[in-house]
Design a binder for this molecule. Structure first.
Ligand SMILES: [Zn+2]
Length: 124
């Protein structure tokens, strides 16, 4: 059998190899995605274990994780502190003086020339 006689078979073989490579690439991408999904699941579960541990062990913790637990508690304290500051800032914003003039008749505050509540001229 000459080279030319074998050609269709060789071509088929090459196409098969290319197809195989493409399939392997797709499989590889699918496997990578599955690994990523599983790693996220793992992280989520490790996270749950850590959260449970810190909640359950408010006192002494093993030396090996003392630093991490201390960092978690420091973050929790910092978050509480920041939330309190945010609430204080929001409260301060709420009581801030509204802009405008005081109506000489009803005492409401408005920026318009005439009081929107009683219609009296606002004056200066
Ligand atoms: Zn008024």
């Amino acid at each position: 059998m000459s080279f030319f006689d074998e050609l269709p078979q060789r071509a088929r073989g090459m196409a098969g190899a290319v197809g195989e490579k493409a399939r392997e690439a797709v499989d590889s991408a699918k496997i990578s995605a599955a690994i990523l999904t599983e790693k996220r699941e793992l992280s989520k579960n490790y996270h749950a274990i850590g959260q449970w541990y810190v909640c359950e062990h408010s006192g002494e913790v093993p030396e090996a994780i003392a630093d991490v637990v201390a960092a978690v508690r420091a973050s929790q304290e910092k978050i509480s502190e920041l939330q309190a500051r945010r609430e204080a800032a929001e409260a301060a914003e709420a009581v801030e003086e509204p802009e405008g003039a005081v109506c000489p008749v009803c005492g409401k505050i408005s920026v318009s020339k005439f009081c929107p509540h009683c219609g009296a001229p606002m004056g200066e």
